[in-house]
Design a protein around this ligand. Structure first.
Ligand code: ZN
Length: 480
């Protein structure tokens, strides 16, 4: 049998019996150390409802299942035994607070929703070209200047905001109460314009630049031939490591357009000194050095898969697989086979910032991993906010697609039609929380609507700056 809950039970449900009346406040919790760390058992019978667990987080997930069961069975519940535990240990949601800023209470609301569907990782993207969002005491300019963007694509409207370390502690605590790990991301060496705008010596050219006001892949990446850059990155990460209890720190590593490195005397000197043949090898040496630094603090680095193109990349770095073209997929597959741990976040399926015309719910739900391995830690859905300026729009795009990803991470028993039917029940819960989810009538648009949505997305996103990004990428590939 299947229950009308999200995510679907992963292991087993047996002994469905007759309905009997129950009291929601009469539940017995008992310890059972034979259960899995995140697992629980729920036994419902005429005698009452019992929840067994080995760890507090298992008890929490048992409670989350009961919350949904009480919605389906408001007065009487069937006799049954549920044994449940997740398929994967990493079930994440990433929010980009850089391109647009979201308040602490807006972030908390999303975390509440993650907990409902048993997600356990909040990946927080805190630095990018268009804004630096985390207070770093040693480098105050990062927030006094780097968190402020004068305008976005010429609209004349300022975007600003950052989280103090106290506010971040508040979010960490809020997440801990829900057994959610907060993984911060400080993106480097690319997506570094906001940092460079505050400290120009981070740039190969040392020129004075502004926080980026447009999107795309920008050439203002960190100069990795200079000691100051290492000092800066390590200082920032030291504060980040002290602040976040997570074992993992995301160091970005994506979309670094290494054009300046080709002509920078400092970068060239480092390549010569260390016998590095290509800018990719230089990037790998930088990421390895940063990963080694945070390892000294007892943390592991996570890196986007396009930054892991050289064989010399540290095997302890965890790969986040987002770039899913043929070449990157085969590279990712070979790294996984070598034992690199991996988080699955394919952008064509799991990036929730694309509208429902580009990525219908069904496409997200039915995604199949391109490789299988014991080294897959789990799944994660990122939402990038270049074109999302309000939390209402963010919620509309994130839900219900995030639940499809949550179900993939928790259970291997779901199927799409049953998921749709269960969503219909689940929406009562979402309504009670005031979530602006997309109605089911809009999440799988018909053919013409899909094309209309696709075209409108690209028509809005592609401007002369995006085209310039492609031009610079092309130039780099020709020169390197
Ligand atoms: Zn340089």
């Amino acid at each position: 049998m299947a229950l009308a809950i999200i995510p679907q039970v992963n292991h087993s449900i047996v002994n469905e019996g007759k309905l009997f009346p129950y009291h929601a406040n009469n539940i017995i919790y008992t310890y059972n150390n034979s259960l899995e760390e995140e697992g629980y058992k729920i036994i419902t019978s005429k005698e009452g409802i019992v929840v067994e667990y080995a760890k507090e987080r298992g008890k929490f997930y048992g409670q989350k299942t009961l919350e949904q069961l009480f919605l389906i069975y408001p007065h009487e519940i069937p006799e049954m035994t549920i044994h449940d535990y997740p398929q994967y240990p990493h079930r994440g949601f990433m929010i980009d607070s850089c391109r647009h800023f979201f308040s602490i209470s807006e972030i908390k609301k999303q975390i509440e929703i993650m907990a409902l569907v048993k997600m356990n990782v909040f990946h927080w993207h805190l630095s990018d070209d268009q804004g630096w969002r985390i207070e770093i005491k040693k480098y105050p300019k990062l927030t006094t200047q780097g968190s402020l963007r004068k305008q976005t694509r010429g609209d004349g409207k300022e975007v600003s905001g950052y989280y103090t370390q106290e506010q971040i502690k508040e979010i960490i605590e809020f997440c801990q109460e829900r057994y959610i790990d907060v993984i911060p991301e400080i993106d480097m060496p690319g997506h570094f314009t906001a940092a460079c705008s505050c400290y120009p010596e981070l740039l190969c050219t040392k020129e004075k630049i502004d926080v980026a006001e447009h999107f795309g892949i920008l050439p203002n990446i960190a100069c990795v031939g200079r000691d100051f850059t290492y000092q800066f990155c390590c200082d920032v990460l030291d504060e980040v490591c002290d602040l976040f209890p997570s074992r993992y720190i995301h160091i970005g590593g994506d979309e670094a357009l290494k054009l300046n490195w080709l002509t920078c005397p400092d970068c060239q000197a480092k390549m010569k000194r260390e016998n590095l043949k290509t800018p990719e090898e230089l990037e790998t040496a930088f990421l390895n050095e940063i990963a080694k630094h945070i390892a000294k603090k007892g943390k592991k680095a996570i890196c986007w898969n396009d930054g892991m193109s050289c064989e010399t990349i540290d095997s302890k770095i965890i790969m986040q697989y987002w770039k899913d073209d043929k070449q990157h997929t085969s590279l990712a597959k070979s790294l996984v086979e070598k034992g690199y741990q991996t988080i699955i976040s394919p952008f064509k399926h799991y990036y929730l910032d694309y509208n429902y015309g580009i990525t219908p719910l069904k496409k997200t739900y039915n995604y199949q991993f391109p490789f299988h391995s014991q080294h897959i830690l789990g799944v994660e859905a990122p939402i990038w906010t270049e074109y999302i300026s309000s939390i209402l729009r963010l919620e509309y795009l994130a839900y219900p697609r995030l639940f499809a990803v949550a179900e993939k991470g928790w259970s291997n028993r779901g199927d799409y039609d049953s998921f749709l039917a269960r969503l219909d029940v689940f929406k009562n819960k979402l309504d009670s929380l005031g979530i602006n989810y997309a109605p089911l009538s809009e999440v799988n648009p018909f053919f013409l609507k899909r094309w209309f949505l696709k075209l409108s997305f690209y028509f809005n996103a592609v401007d002369k700056n995006i085209i310039n990004s492609f031009r610079l990428l092309h130039k780099y590939k020709k020169l390197k």
